[in-house]
Design a protein around this ligand. Structure first.
Ligand code: PLP
Length: 480
């Protein structure tokens, strides 16, 4: 046995190379011809059932498994690369990002830390992010899966800021009653962060929003005042930049001022909206974000980096490190050698083993540049305004929310509107022509189009309108 070669590398590299080049070409064909295929299609039962096979014990040809991939996996993905996908705030990905992922997979670097180039690439991106948000050199940052994780890290840093370092040993046992604040339009991951950090979701005050779906700052101040009067300790305000429902941006200057006065941690959930800072047109709407104590956002949404690529930026890098770093003999640091280059990524978050998310982000910024990426963001907002206009010009359609950024909520006017519009969204998705999603605003079911993808054009908006009217009129006939 010992003399036998057990490597998993191919015996015939030339053959492997050839097969792999074919696979690469298949993906280029897929991306080049996205528009010719349905946005989404449901998986037929037999295809679904093909994923019920027993654990493979023997070798199968690489090419055969690739063939299976082409037939049973590739055609049935969620479709967010497609120009007509508008369902949720999903980025479209780019060919550059795809190639960078291939390179990262080839390196298979574990980026938990150590003395390696991958760490420097991540630090380079952190430097760019600090520059974008006018954060100081002492600010820390970390790639994470997504904003859900980044919001949790922000919450844990805020908990550390109010309770001090010994919260890590004592937990919340001896602490006073903490309270946190966000708007009713906030993403569910904000209350999850309170849950997981042990503070509990009851501590989260969901502040009312104004007619633009922005947090009502007078209500925020009143809630803080009432909690203080009741002996509680307000410790965290989470502002939203780009709400999931309608893309609203909270008043960051005002919230920053309240947090400064009340000595409360100011966290921004800017999952997709924070990177609107790249758009010269939208930038000024983010004024005040530089005052945040922490910002959570995703590169995988508006700047189109391949999934997943979330990021947390923390102004007080030292506090951030103290919130997470955990000494262990096997993580011992050194002055030289592989164990040098401290602090490491694992000192700033929950993950030890991490992939090289920074590479695809670094490639995306390096190849396209901020001007081009900013223009993509601006363009999606222009398309949203075009969609808004088209809705306003159709008597059978109506807008259900202001169009602040790139998200448009509307509905087909009819009796039983909620039922019909829910059905309509499903029919649009099943048609393969376009993929909006639905949400509920003030009790009304809305068709929600989030325009995030760099590939989306005017013709995709026209298709959404055309098919909504066609299917809507067909549907109401059923009620006649
Ligand atoms: C998408 C989104 C999240 C969650 O981000 P993930 O990357 O999916 O974890 C949080 N908040 C807002 C406002 C979002 O749009």
């Amino acid at each position: 046995m010992l003399s036998k070669n057990h490597s998993l590398d191919p015996k015939d590299w030339a053959n492997f190379r050839e097969q792999s080049h074919l696979m690469l070409d298949d993906m280029f064909n897929y991306l080049e011809n996205l528009r010719e295929n349905p946005v989404w299609q449901p998986m037929p039962e037999n295809v679904k059932n093909s994923f019920q096979k027993p654990l493979p014990t023997h070798e199968t040809q690489f090419s055969a498994i690739h063939e299976t991939f082409m037939k049973t996996i590739l055609p049935y993905v969620v479709g967010n690369s497609h120009p007509s996908f508008m369902g949720w705030v999903h980025g479209g990905g780019t060919p550059v990002g795809m190639m960078a992922e291939l390179l990262a997979a080839g390196l298979n670097a574990n980026v938990g830390g150590r003395n390696q180039s991958a760490v420097e690439v991540e630090r380079q991106v952190l430097k760019w992010v600090r520059e974008l948000f006018s954060f100081p050199q002492t600010a820390s940052g970390l790639f994470v899966t997504g904003t859900s994780m980044a919001n949790l890290i922000g919450c844990l840093c805020a908990r550390m800021a109010i309770l001090g370092d010994d919260v890590r040993q004592n937990g919340l046992r001896n602490s006073f009653e903490l309270t946190a604040y966000t708007s009713k339009a906030a993403h569910v991951s904000v209350s999850q962060a309170l849950d997981i950090s042990g503070i509990g979701t009851n501590a989260l005050r969901k502040i009312a929003v104004n007619e633009n779906h922005e947090m009502n700052c007078d209500d925020l101040e009143r809630a803080i005042f009432a909690d203080k009067k009741a002996g509680k300790t307000p410790f965290l305000v989470v502002a939203t930049v780009g709400s999931v429902d309608v893309g609203a941006i909270d008043d960051l200057e005002k919230i920053a001022e309240i947090c400064r006065r009340e000595k409360i941690w100011f966290h921004v959930d800017g999952a997709f909206g924070a990177l609107a800072i790249l758009s010269p047109v939208l930038k000024s709407r983010l004024n005040g974000i530089q005052h945040a104590d922490s910002i959570a956002f995703d590169f995988h949404k508006w700047v189109q980096v391949q999934y997943d690529a979330g990021f947390i930026l923390v102004k007080d890098g030292d506090l951030h490190q103290r919130t997470f770093s955990s000494p262990a003999a096997y993580l011992q640091r050194a002055e030289r050698g592989l164990s040098a280059n401290s602090p490491w990524a694992c000192d700033f978050g929950l993950d030890l083993s991490r992939n090289f998310r920074a590479l695809k982000t670094w490639f995306t910024f390096s190849v396209y540049g901020t001007e081009k990426l900013g223009n993509v963001i601006t363009h999606t907002c222009e398309l949203a305004q075009y969609l808004k206009q088209r809705i306003e010009n159709e008597t059978q359609l109506e807008l259900l929310a202001p169009v602040s950024l790139n998200i448009v909520c509307f509905r087909f006017r009819c009796e039983n509107a909620n039922q019909v519009n829910n059905e309509l969204v499903i029919q649009l998705q099943e048609s393969g022509f376009c993929a909006p999603s639905s949400t509920t605003l003030n009790g009304h079911v809305a068709i929600r189009a989030a325009i995030v993808n760099h590939r989306t054009q005017k013709q995709d908006i026209d298709m959404l309108i055309e098919k909504t009217l066609e299917f809507g009129n067909r549907e109401i006939k059923k009620y006649d």
